[in-house]
Design a protein around this ligand. Sequence first.
Ligand SMILES: [Zn+2]
Length: 297
Amino acid sequence: MIQFVYTPEYRVDIGPHIFPTEKYPLIYERLKSESLITEKNLHHPRMPDKKDLLKILKPEYLDDLLQARLTPRTYPSEMPVKKEIIQAQILCCGGTYRACCLAQEDLFSYHIGGGFHHAFPSHAEGFCFLNDIVFAAVKLLEQKTARIAIIDCDLHQGNGTAKFFEKESRVFTFSIHQENLYPVKQRSNLDIGLENGVGDEEYLNRLSPALNEIFKKFSPRFIIYVAGADPYVLDRLGNLKLTIEGLKKRDELVIGQAKQYNIPLTVVLGGGYAVDVNDTVEIHYNTARVMDKIKCS
Ligand SMILES: [Zn+2]
């Protein structure tokens, strides 16, 4: 059994938009119907307080967010600057941290949310107002959990995360992404920028040795895995060509390594903009299935 964090509050009406917030309840319902989620392993996020949010945000930007104000700091957001959307992302920071705490106790956890890796301390970017991965990692560092590896397999580079931890030797940032695509790249500790059109075989052949290197050289004591569904061949935002089966193998590689070394790991979702939202749901659902299977093995 793995531990899940979820709240229906993540499904916010954002109007006509490519970001499918309906994926959150769809994934939750699927996991519940297949009995991967029961009342025993379902947890809810806790709202972070202002003091904690100031650990990852500049005061003036936090103030903009709390007032849902359109300013040069919130303006770069590709989400509407609306209170309920911002509140959901603040709650999501609490969700990723809660999931990390659960993984510390029980090896693996899965946050049905999160992965807002483009947000910066002083401004929004992409669909991201606040970086839940950074929030959770900062809180883990406070608890003396050093040697955190952030393994970001979203289609897009984890630029906000990479920049935040640029000078932090206790956090290792890794990103494998499509090179010729948004965002403007920051430097992670290890980046793999893939050519357009890369499919399962090449992706897995590039990812596998990188993971070996991270586990052997950095020796992480905690892993946050951004399991983006957008490297998928039918995704509308990218040009990678991974199949649903290939993405499952990606999950097996990352989660399998964590199990082999007995390292706590938390999954956050990241992006997913498939033509058919059911494909996005399937990819995220498979990550939980893989995790459950590996944990029980
Ligand atoms: Zn993405």
